[in-house]
Design a protein around this ligand. Structure first.
Ligand code: FAD
Length: 413
């Protein structure tokens, strides 16, 4: 099995945004790719997502930028408000697009997943395939905990064992894109403490119909320890999210009634968004993150990517954007580098500092934004924001959006 470029085979564990993007990128780099996804259907279809300019540029580098733009709504208007409707910061998405060279958009997750899936050739995405073991040339990472770690053959390529039946795939590289609860990460970094609860829980849904009076493309409203936001879509429907400070594991018997109660006195279009929602559409998740940074995104010939590597809080809307950056950077390094090992070293060196900085800033943004509950502190923060010149606040939030993708150019054989 060659370790040179443009002729390798890779197995990607996980077919979320990061795994699908990695699959597309590696194919552009000239690799044979199999993406293994344990779920039979995408399980996050009931929500939406914002993609900042960096995410859009990564998608363009993967060849799906136009398809994503066509299915999404540009975020030109909106900003941040207080529950009584007063504006804290106004967003000028057109100015940001001019400056950053790419738009900020809102898109249903299901549409983004579909576009990414369709960019992979038939057969390279295998669904219903749960990976239980990754065996690396540097040692055995057996996720069932039963393999013999002494059984290491350094001449053998990286190997992935898939749980359904007894299928075993051999590959030059494994990309672990198996999300925040990554089993591959747990196995490769057993001393790492894993994800921790952020203190916030999030309820969200997509409205069942277009919402009257929805003028802002994207808006956040900050109360005391609570945030309500929406992302509008091209057809006039929208995703709304309610983020609350709460003990871990809190659940409500009737989540939509609870959100309506909590946000009853907040400004329009919040009541209108909630009125246009079916109770069964509401999703509820606790927000977890990797507080302790990983010491490496690479172990032997396994590269960690997306939430498996750097799950962050959603307060900057950057988690998926960082996963997309990972995918493009990994593919470009494999297309250009001399060996798989060199390419992985470069991937880790480029991606780890940046994504861990974004994760830290997302945590800080949450503490100063949605999570701030003390009335005095909230008042001081709001006064400080109002004194900030227009645009500066939004620029601060979007400072990570200024990113240019490396080119994925396979070296001529
Ligand atoms: P995941 O989406 O978790 O995908 C992992 C996949 O691996 C899953 O499909 C899973 O089924 C599969 N899998 C797991 N284990 C195995 C296995 N053993 N074998 C096979 N398959 C396996 N980011 C943004 O950029 N913008 C936003 O606006 C935004 N909003 C957010 C709002 C909320 C409330 C939250 C919680 C997050 C938000 N994010 C946002 C972050 C974003 O959703 C994540 O960062 C992104 O989805 C991570 O993608 P991923 O592919 O790394 O992981």
């Amino acid at each position: 099995m060659s370790s040179g470029m443009g002729s390798g085979s890779a197995v990607v564990v996980g077919g979320g945004i990061g795994g699908l993007a990695a699959g597309i990128g590696l194919r552009l780099a000239g690799w044979d790719v199999t993406v293994l996804e344990r779920a039979a259907v995408p399980d996050d279809a009931g929500a939406g997502i914002s993609l900042a300019a960096n995410g859009m540029r990564a998608l363009a580098a993967l060849g799906v930028g136009e398809a994503v733009e066509a299915a999404s709504r540009r975020q030109y208007t909106g900003g941040t408000r207080t529950p009584d409707g007063r504006r804290l910061a106004v967003m000028d998405g057109q100015a940001l697009e001019r400056e950053l060279g790419a738009p900020i958009v809102g898109i249903p997750r299901a549409a983004l997943h579909r576009i990414l899936r369709e960019a992979l050739p038939a057969g390279s995405l295998v669904i219903g395939a749960e990976v239980t073991e990754v065996t690396d040339v540097t040692g055995t990472a057996d996720m069932t905990g039963t393999a013999d770690t002494a059984d290491v053959d350094t001449s053998r390529p990286t190997r992935v064992r898939v749980a359904h039946g007894d299928t075993v795939l051999d590959a030059d590289l494994v990309v672990a894109a198996d999300g925040i609860n990554s089993r591959v990460r747990r196995r490769l970094f057993p001393a790492h403490p894993g994800p921790a609860y952020s203190g916030s829980t999030v309820l969200r849904a997509i409205t069942e119909r277009p919402v009257d009076g929805l003028t802002a493309d994207f808006e956040l409203t900050w109360g005391h320890g609570a945030e309500f936001g929406h992302i509008a879509f091209p057809d006039g429907t929208a995703e709304w999210h309610a983020v609350l400070n709460a003990p871990a594991g809190v659940r409500y018997r009737d989540p939509l009634t609870e959100v309506r109660r909590r946000f009853a006195r907040w400004h329009e279009p919040i009541p209108a968004l909630l009125a246009a929602t079916r109770p069964e559409a509401v999703l509820h998740h606790d927000v977890n993150e990797l507080v302790t940074p990983l010491p490496s995104y690479v172990a032997g010939r396994v590269a960690l990517l997306g939430d498996a590597a750097h799950a962050m809080t959603p307060h900057l809307g950057q988690g998926a954007c960082q996963a997309l950056e990972d995918a493009v950077t990994l593919a470009a390094a494999l297309a250009e580098g001399r060996t798989v090992e060199d390419a992985l070293t470069r991937y880790d060196a480029v991606r780890r500092p940046r994504s861990q900085t974004v994760a830290r800033d997302a945590r800080r943004a949450g503490r100063m934004g949605q999570q701030l509950a003390n009335p005095l502190a909230v008042g001081l923060r709001n006064a400080a924001i109002r004194l900030t010149p227009p645009g500066v606040m939004v620029r601060t939030v979007l400072k990570h959006a200024d990113w240019s993708p490396p080119r994925i150019t396979p070296r001529a054989a």
